[in-house]
Write a protein that binds this ligand. Structure first.
Ligand SMILES: [Zn+2]
Length: 139
């Protein structure tokens, strides 16, 4: 009986200890989202700039070094921002395209010219009022 309790307890302890390791993949979705990844990188650059500024304030970095590195950081951030913007543009364009296609498909889902009820594709007569379906609204 005691054995069983000890065994169960150690299992519970093990599960609790191992839990964070199993959870880790869930908390790192950045790799699957390049835009978010770029944003994180840019924020890291800003943090570096802040850190360097703090170093400069307390005199650990010379004015010349500060200016030179600031220039580098600016370039880095600008490139990251540019790439981020480009990806956002692509994502936006794709979204737009999907919406357009969806809209076209929506337009094809014809309505009866007589009673304006929605018609299934391919029908020649409106099932509600029996009106002939116009050629253009089929398919
Ligand atoms: Zn009809």
């Amino acid at each position: 009986m005691t054995w069983l309790v000890v065994g169960l307890l150690s299992l519970v302890v093990l599960a609790v200890a191992a839990f964070p390791f199993f959870r880790r993949p869930k908390t790192a979705p950045a790799a699957s989202d390049p835009i978010r990844e770029l944003r994180a990188q840019r924020q890291a650059v800003y943090r570096d700039v802040q850190g360097m500024y703090n170093d400069w304030v307390v005199g650990q970095v010379t004015e010349a070094d500060y200016q030179r590195r600031l220039q580098e950081y600016r370039m880095q951030a600008a490139l990251l921002l540019q790439e981020e913007q480009r990806l956002l543009d692509v994502a936006h364009r794709l979204e737009q395209e999907v919406l357009e296609r969806r809209g076209k498909r929506g337009a094809k889902a014809a309505r009866c010219a007589n009673c304006s009820r929605p018609l299934a594709t391919g029908v020649t007569r409106c099932p509600a009022c029996g009106a002939q379906v116009a050629e253009a609204s089929v398919g």
